[in-house]
Design a protein around this ligand. Sequence first.
Ligand SMILES: C[S@@+](CC[C@H](N)C(=O)[O-])C[C@H]1O[C@@H](n2cnc3c(N)ncnc32)[C@H](O)[C@@H]1O
Length: 415
Amino acid sequence: MSKITLSTHTLKIETNSGEPLVALQRGDNKKMLAGLPDQSVSCVIQDEPYGFNPNDIDVNLYLKALIQNQDYKRGGKGINGNPWDSDLPPLSHRFELFRVLKCGGYAVIFTKTQTIHFVMLELQKAGFEIVELLAWIHTQGMPKVGSKIEKTETDPELLRFKNICGDLSPSMEIIILAQKPIDQKDRLENLRIHGTGYLNLEQGKIDALYGENSYPRNVIIENNTSVLKHLNGKGDKFQAIRYLPVDSEINQALAFSKPSVREKDLGLENENTPYEKLGLFNRRPVEGKNHHTTVKPLELMRYLVRLVSHEGDIVLDSYAGSVTTGLAAILENRRFIGAELMPDYFDIASRKLKNVFLKIEPQYLRNYQQFIFETYKARINVEKNDFFKLKLETELRAKIMQLQFEIEEITKKAS
Ligand SMILES: C[S@@+](CC[C@H](N)C(=O)[O-])C[C@H]1O[C@@H](n2cnc3c(N)ncnc32)[C@H](O)[C@@H]1O
C-alpha cells in the first residue's frame, strides 16, 4: 500500500519505496515553491485569486513596479470579503512558476476579463510566451453592479432611466495558455529530453466523437446553452455529444457545467462534517461539505490536465482551494504538487484528495507502474554504455516488483 501521511499542514502520498505521488502543503505557496528544484514540474494549472478589490490598480505605480521586477500590492479585503482574493498573485510568483516549470512546459492560468492584461504582462515579464487564450463559456455568472434604480425610487429624473444595468453577466472566463520556451534545438528534441513542448493531442480531444482529425478548440462551452438546444432541452450533455452530427455547432466547442454540490463534495461522501470554521473555536453548519466559493468543474480541469500533460507527469497548482486540479491530476494518472493558504480549505482539500486516491489506488498504481516501465525502457534503449544499461535494468526491475507488491497487497486487502 502507498504511504499516506496527513497532518494539519501536509498531505503526502508516496509509493512504498518513497517515490512522491501527491504533495499538498498548507500555507503560503511561496514556501512550497521555494522548496521545488528548477525545472521539476511538467505543467502548471492554476485557478488563482482574481484580485477582486474596491481599489483600482494604479497603472502607473503598477508599471513602475513591473519594470523594476517588484511586486505591486493593493492589500485590503477583496470585494467578496476574502482577503486571499484581494490581489493578483505577485510578480515574484510568476518568476517562481517559470523557474520550477520544465522548458517547453505549459502554464494554464484562470483569469477574469478586467485584469487579464496584467496577468499576461507579468507572465511575459517572467519569460513565458502566450500561446492562446481559451474562452470557457458558461451561463451562471452574476453581475457585480447590477441595476441601481430601486423599485421605491420616486425622482422622475431618475425614473426615466429605469431599464439600466451597471455591468454584464460574466458568462465567459478567459484561461491563459502560456508556455516556457524550449531550451533544445527544436521541439522534438525538447520533447525527448524533458517530455514537454507539445500539447497532448491524443488525450486533449474530448473524445473520438469530435472526429479523428479535429484539433482541440480555444472555446469551451457549457452544456446548457448551444448543446442542449439541439435536443430541445431534453436529455443531458452526454446524450447531446453522442447524438449530434460531427459537423454541428458542438463540433466547434467543448461542454462543461459548473459543479453541483455532489461534485464539490467528491471524496467527502462518507464524512459527517458539514461545517464552516469561523475562527479558532467557532464554526457553523453549511449546506454541503465543501464550502469553497469558487470550485471549478472537475471535467473541465481533467480536460485541461489531459491537454497540457502526459500520464505520470507532475502537475502543479499553487492555489489549490478545494483541490479540483489535484483530483483531476490523479484521476488522469498524473502526479500532483499543490499549496493552499487557508486552514479550512486545506482541511477539505487534503481529505478529498486522500479519499479519492484511496478509491482509485490499485488502478492508479498499475498506471504508474506502466509509466515507470515506459520511461525506463526508453532510457535503456538509447543507453550505449553496458554498465549503465544494466544499472537501469536492475533499477527498473526493483521498481516494478515493489509496485507489484503494493498492488497485490491492496487487492488482497480489498477482497
Ligand atoms: C480561486 S481559489 C481555487 C479554487 C479551486 N480551483 C477549487 O476548485 O476549489 C484560489 C485559492 O487560492 C488560495 N490562496 C490565495 N493566496 C494563496 C497563497 N499565497 N498561497 C496558497 N494559496 C493561496 C485561496 O485560499 C483560495 O482557496
